[in-house]
Design a protein around this ligand. Structure first.
Ligand code: ADP
Ligand code: MG
Length: 911
């Protein structure tokens, strides 16, 4: 076949498989003419044929979608006819003389194949792998370089990007002449959702176009069906949890590198997450911290400048990173004495091929024995043959209405995006799916709970008034209103399911205590579950106080504390007491969910800091209601959170809950003075802490988040604790708290701090919630710019809880107006809701909640701050739920299965 016609045919087939969306060429089909036409001429294709084809291609984008299939069909038959004729002469009176075709030139335009997939040779290139029928052709001009944003929500900070860079040609990074760097700004208000795009039907044609590596292999086949994967490799992938082709398909990139848009060193911004290409200029390893650690410093250079790279405790890299080696490093840019530095998250050898293709390249999380290259190759095979044949679990009507990519297309684009737009669209689609499952589950749960029965728990007016009157303070108006809501719920025979939301220090515990008192008074038992043992102990002490006063009169021995570390004998005793009903109140951690915990008559279950728990855990506590006349009986449920989220988001996120808000603070709160300190003035912060300790007060120092990994954070905190103890506060006692410690260790540390034995507590973000040490008056947060405002607000809430004026010091290691503006908001406001909104405004799509707070393990894509998608998913979930609440239609079976998986996989973070 004539190469130009063959090329055209490929593109048309691809267009078919893409659902006639005019997407088989970036920028639309007519764009291909700029390279196809000259090539076709050069290769001697008949001129009138070229004209016919050109005219049809040019008209294509304007055609209504319904007419496009016919147009493509027409073009294909033009090709078929041309081929059916003798090679020459041309049918029409061709002005071009028939001449022997010159040696065939490749159809590709000068820049090499722009398709990432094409640039990645298969491990053992099977002939099938090379059949690129479904592959979009390269664009006529290289696509403008774009910033590529990380996919997973964990890296939302990437989108907290520093102010946009000025658009100008940048000096080229070596070793190739770089294209001008032109950052692409998203339109204002864009939250990462795609612009409207047509939905696509099932890509039947794509199936035909693909020939699987092993045609018989189903998506649940083991990886060994792939080229280049034997048992050994299989074992390596298994370490990442990848056993089947499906697992691999669902193993989404951590982030992406855009080789055409990497920044030269002199344009790096502090605080920015990015990848940098350069040549190793020098590398020196030395011992630090008294020989206990090694530091390898590498100077990376490009034509524009030098970047200092620090590798901690990886001395062997010195042998690898020899001068002259070209590498790509990724991580967050920092500065030291005004010079750019980086402690890289990862590095890899520069892949010349990727650089040249200048495409968006996926970067996967790796394990020992794997390279990015290898994973890309393997993933490419799977994506190519299996992604687009995945049936869409969503009803076509919904996909269309919600303007989503089809599932298969989203899977393909999430791995090897054709453009930033396609990547955004793929993320949007996959995020939508997750949020839909969240909503469907919430709706289902709400329905189930409403059909369950509960024991009505009533308390007389005068009794309640006496109880409230005996509290050590007068309830605020907001507390009274919330208690009113709760009391009304408790009086009903359907179980309460209420979220009590209130800023840090708004007094949620008192409301919970009153609710528990009502339950006890009505003859039921009450349980309170907290996410950490530190918090559980604290609540236990508070409830002992509040419940034993006034007409509550719960005897102390009827209030017990149950946690994982409770001695076995005591546990047995508590189990028995709960079963007999002798224990009226139990406070605890997850230990409350264990099987032996059974209640005689659990009337009310309270969950504090509920965002730390999975929905499944909530449900599990709820299932402890026992039975009444053989029928299961549900306790009333009150969940509490200080996470300041806008009401609309709360309703969406906790779609199964009713909402009460404490929007008023108890009187007489001392405002916490908040100051922003640049890191160069950190010493002033230390001096202030010292002065407070001299006055008998205590302080927290929060170590910055290093990574979304507790292990690494813990390590860093240990090092920082040691530094502070040996270099800064030699004469003071410093405690250390991090998430990797055992509960008993944590408790012991907290107990020492609470008792005033330690002056300063160095901690990772584990003290974030609930901790109450009234004598602590200083909260110093290192790397404050790395935390969301909501989280900083939580930290700040750890001080100012006693009679002493308190101070919060925010040490920022980022330069830049935006980081400052965010932190200035902390100086100006103490209102958590205001700050959450501010965070949302300033960080844009940044996930100010963090996935953790949703209580789900399973969010790979969704960002709760993306209100548009959240609300869209909520609408669609309701639509579906009204039609088929149990997802019984046969075509919804896959969705029903996903739903089941999503909800069993969900389990909260319990750091
Ligand atoms: P949070 O809502 O953050 O859980 P807490 O329940 O821990 O807040 O309450 C914070 C502090 O405020 C506690 O020391 C508590 O005793 C006190 N408190 C609660 N309600 C009132 C009130 N109405 N008046 C004065 N102090 C109150
Ligand atoms: Mg609390």
């Amino acid at each position: 076949m004539h190469p130009s016609l063959e090329h055209l045919q490929k593109i048309l087939k691809n267009e078919i498989s893409l659902g006639y969306a005019n997407k088989s060429i970036i920028g639309g089909l007519p764009k291909m003419l700029s390279f196809w036409e000259p090539n076709a001429r050069r290769n001697g294709l008949d001129a009138s044929l070229i004209e016919t084809i050109a005219a049809q291609l040019k008209a294509y984008p304007e055609l209504p979608p319904a007419e496009r299939p016919a147009a493509v069909e027409a073009l294909l038959s033009v090709i078929a006819q041309a081929e059916a004729r003798p090679a020459e002469p041309a049918p029409a009176p061709a002005p071009a003389p028939a001449r022997p075709a010159p040696p065939l030139e490749p159809e590709m335009p000068p820049p090499p194949p722009s398709e990432t997939r094409a640039a990645l040779p298969a491990a053992q290139p099977a002939p099938e792998v090379r059949r690129e029928a479904e592959r979009p052709a390269p664009p006529s001009t290289p696509a403008p370089p774009k910033r590529v944003e990380a996919a997973p929500p964990a890296s939302a900070s990437r989108e907290v990007a520093p102010p946009p860079l000025t658009a100008s040609a940048a000096p080229p990074p070596p070793p190739r002449p770089a294209p001008a760097y032109r950052p692409v700004r998203r339109p204002p208000g864009d939250d990462g959702a795609p612009r409207s795009r047509p939905a696509r039907g099932p890509t039947v044609q794509a199936l035909k176009a693909d020939t699987p590596v092993d045609a018989a292999a189903g998506i649940d086949s083991p990886l060994t069906v792939l080229n280049g994967i034997g048992p050994e490799r299989q074992a390596v992938y298994a370490k990442l949890g990848i056993e089947t082709l499906r697992d691999l398909l669902l193993y989404f990139p951590r982030r992406y590198d855009n080789y055409s848009a990497m920044k030269p060193i002199n344009r790096l911004e502090y605080g920015e997450e990015c990848s940098v290409i350069g040549t190793v200029a020098e590398a020196h390893a030395r011992r630090i911290r008294g020989g206990q650690a090694t530091l390898l410093k590498v100077i990376l250079s490009d034509a524009t400048g030098q970047l200092e790279i620090s590798f901690f405790n990886q001395p062997w890299l010195a042998d690898k990173l020899k001068p002259g080696r070209q590498i790509v490093v990724s991580g967050r840019i920092d500065q030291y004495l005004g010079r750019p530095t980086i402690v890289p998250d990862e590095w890899e050898d520069l892949d010349q091929e990727l650089l040249n293709t200048g495409r968006i390249v996926p970067v996967y999380r790796l394990t020992n024995g794997l390279t990015q290259r290898a994973v890309r190759k393997v993933t490419q095979q799977v994506v190519k043959f299996w992604a687009r044949r995945q049936a869409d679990p969503l009803p076509a009507e919904m996909v269309r209405r919600a303007e989503l990519l089809t599932y298969g297309e989203a899977l393909a684009q999430i791995h090897f995006p054709d453009s930033q737009e396609q990547l955004d669209a793929a993320r949007h689609r996959l995020a939508f799916d997750e949020l839909l499952l969240l909503q469907l589950g919430a709706l289902r749960q709400r329905r189930d709970w409403q059909t369950a029965s509960a024991a009505p728990l009533a308390a007389p007016d005068d009794w309640l008034a006496a109880f409230v009157g005996a509290l050590p303070y007068t309830l605020t108006g907001a507390q009274q209103r919330a208690l009113g809501d709760i009391r009304a719920d408790l009086g009903k025979a359907t179980p309460m399911n209420r979220l009590l939301q209130g800023d840090v220090g708004s007094g949620k515990t008192a409301v919970a205590a009153a609710a528990m008192a009502i339950a006890i008074r009505a003859g039921a038992q009450a349980a309170l579950m907290a996410p950490t043992s530190i918090l559980a102990e604290q609540h236990y002490r508070t409830l002992l106080n509040l419940l034993s006063a006034g007409p509550g009169q719960v005897p102390p021995e009827a209030v017990r504390l149950l946690q994982g570390s409770t001695p076995a004998a005591e546990k047995v005793d508590i189990y028995a007491g709960l079963r007999s009903g002798a224990i009226q109140v139990v406070v605890g951690t997850h230990a409350l969910l264990e099987v032996p915990v059974e209640f005689a008559r659990l009337g009310l279950a309270v969950v504090d800091e509920q965002h730390r728990f999975g929905v499944a855990q909530r449900a599990s506590l709820r299932s402890k209601g026992g039975t009444e006349d053989g029928a299961p009986r549900s306790p009333h449920l009150l969940v509490m959170t200080a996470t300041p989220i806008p009401r609309s988001l709360a309703l969406t996120l906790y779609g199964d809950l009713d909402l009460s808000v404490l929007d008023e603070m108890p009187p007489g709160r001392q405002p916490i003075e908040t100051h922003l300190l640049p890191s160069s003035e950190r010493e002033r912060g230390y001096a202030f802490i010292r002065s407070q300790v001299q006055k008998g007060r205590q302080a927290f120092i929060i170590f910055p988040l290093v990574e979304e990994s507790e292990k690494i954070d813990a390590k860093a905190a240990v090092a920082e604790h040691e530094r502070l103890q040996t270099e800064v506060f030699r004469d003071l006692r410093l405690g250390l708290l991090h998430g990797r410690m055992k509960p008993e260790e944590k408790e012991a540390v907290m107990a020492r701090f609470r008792a005033g034995e330690d002056h300063i507590l160095v901690s990772t973000s584990v003290v974030e919630v609930g901790v109450d040490v009234p004598n602590a008056t200083v909260m110093l947060v290192e790397g404050a710019n790395r935390f969301g405002l909501a989280q900083l607000h939580q930290f700040r809430g750890r001080v100012g809880r006693g009679p002493h004026p308190s101070t919060c010091l925010l040490v920022s290691d980022a330069a830049g107006a935006q980081a400052d503006e965010r932190l200035r908001a902390m100086e100006q406001s103490q209102d958590g809701f205001f700050l959450a909104q501010k965070d949302l405004d300033l960080r844009g799509p940044g996930d100010f909640l963090g996935t953790r707070q949703a209580g789900f393990a399973g969010f790979a894509m969704a960002r709760l701050s993306d209100l548009r998608t959240v609300e869209k998913a909520r609408r669609e979930a309701q639509w579906l739920f009204e039609r088929d609440p149990n997802l019984q239609a046969p075509e919804l079976k896959p969705l029903a299965e996903n739903l089941a998986k999503f909800w069993t996989a969900g389990s909260g973070d319990v750091s």
